[in-house]
Structures are given as C-alpha cells and as structure tokens.
Design a protein. Sequence first.
Lengths: 186, 184
Amino acid sequence: MRKIFIPLALAVFLLLSAFGALQVARGQILSGQNGEVVINTESQEDNTRQISAPEGTLLESGASDQPLISFIDSPTVACVQPDTTKNECFINWYYMAVSADPNYIISMTVTLNDFGFVSRYNGFFQTSMYVPNTMNPQGFQVLCGAPGSSGDPKWGKSYAYTLRARDSAGLKSANYGSATCPAYTP
Amino acid sequence: MSHPIRLSLVIVVLLAGLLLAWGVVQAAPALQVSPGTSGISMLATPTPLPDQPAVVSPDISFIDSPTASCILPRANTGVCFMTWYYMYANADPNYIITMTVGIDDKARARYNGFFQTNMFVPSELMVFRVACGELGSGGNPNLGAIHNYVLRARDSAGLGAANYGTVFCPADEPARIFLPLLNR
C-alpha cells in the first residue's frame, strides 16, 4: 500500500501544479482593462460585439458563465445625405434593443468616437430597453466628407461608433462598428 | 530510474491522458462555426454529400422596395422628396453587409449591417431631397422631373442584388417674387 501511495501523491501534486498554472494563465487572458472580464465577444468585418462584467462577479461567485445581459441588437446603421447641396449627413439606427432580465437595464449610450457621447437612454425599473429610430429625430448630424475620405473613392467620411448598455448587476454589453457616409461634392 | 518514480510517471501520463480526452469532448460543441466567421472544425462530422446535383440558387434575395415615391410637401418651393415605403433584403444564412441608395448617379445613403442576416430600412431612414422640375421636364406633360435610382445590397458571401427604377416628381418651381419697380 505504501509503495503505491508515494507515487500517487507525487502524481496528484504534479497535476495540481499544472492545473493551477493553467488557471493563472486563463485568468490573465480573460481579465481586461479596468478590472473588466470579457465574457463573450464576436467579430465580423469591422463590427465587434462584446459582453463584459466586473472581475469576480461571475467567475468567482460560481455562477454560470452564461451572461444575463444580451448583446445589443442594433441593426442597420444608416448614414443618409438628405440634401446634396449641403455637407450634412445623418447617422441613425433602425433600432437599438437590449435585455437584462431579471436585472434592470440602467442605461444605454451612443458614442460617435469623433465627438463623444451623443445620446444616453436611462432605464426606469425596466428589464429591457428598445430605442426606435424615431427617438433620434432625423439622426445625429455629421459632415459627409469629401469623396475618398474614408478610403473608398465612392464614399465620404466614415465614423466609428460605440453603443454601450449596463445593467443593475454590473454587466455590460457593447457594440463597436462604423457608419460610412455618402460623399459631399460641392 | 527507481520503481516509485517510474510508477508515478505512469500514473501522471494516465491521468493527463484522461484529462486531455475530457477536454476534447468538452471543446467539441464550441467548434461549431457561426455565420460570418471562418474556421475549420476538425472534430465535426463531415457533411454528407447531397444525393442529387446541387441546384445553383443565390442566398441573397431580390431587394423588396415597394412604392417609390416623390412628394411635394410645399408648393412653390421646387423642393420634392423621394422615399420608399421600405427597403428589405434577406441573405440568410449569410450576413447582409451593406445596402445603398443612389439617385441620379449620386450615392445618397449607405446602410451597414451589424450581425444581421436580413435588413429592413423603414421610410423614416430614406428621405432624399430632389428637384421637382418644371412641367414636362421629365417627358410627361403632366409631371415634373424624372429621377433614376439604384438600390444595391451585398452579403458576406459576396453576392449582390440591385434594383433599378425611375420616379416622376410633381412639377413645381420656386416662386418668383416680382418686386415693384419704384422710380425715384
């Protein structure tokens, strides 16, 4: 019995050491900046969507890794030039929607990276939030830009944007993308 | 090498093998590829070949763009607005990348997809100022200018769809204000 006990103990010790080292490495990968842990992320061309949580809220509590906040649904980002005689374009979304059930949605924000925050929608005892395009009348005005200013000679300027939502459990959801506008040719 | 060390190495190898097998089994479902991402699943079961030759059919739909309109909200301004009831395209299971509106050979709007297999653009996001034109300028004696439009859609598989059409506008011109000629 003693013959097998020492090798077995040694084997368990070695495996535990290796497992511990892997956990440390995994924690370093998942931890983002500012103590945030990225739970889920997807990318497609220029678009990225991400769900994050404060470090320790999910993984250390033993709760499921499944986030309660959803990705922000923000289809069809539009950049429209209503009048060709003006260097004025308008960015808008078909709608923006996010759910945090059973937690409350605290806020959702729109940031045009060149300008900063352009809107903030506050939750009021609500577990989901839906923002139709009509709540941003006409949209957010930007300069259309000269032809080729986004790199594509057929189009004008391109604007990077960030949509963020936060729920009452501290979970966050973010969409990163860009809107390309028609060019203004005086 | 002494016997206990040799035995412990054997046990380590056995346990590590079991852990590796468990890890592989756990990882297999995560290797499913979502639309728009590229990846090779070595563990997935190969898709069986179709029994019949595959029919070549595009994944992207025609663009549905009913009721192209040109309206004159205020007379004597010469300003008309072109719009559609809506614009819709479906590329399922691929993603829609962009839809664009061009009027009279000029790009007027671009709609970018965001992880979506179809795109619906409501009329509120499609309002374009155009010139109404004088009576008969488009070839119809009862109407004003004629405007050509092109709607395009493109999906993540590289497929494209396009609608080409024309719209007549009501005739209208800016009001001319005749000031009285005053002699000193």
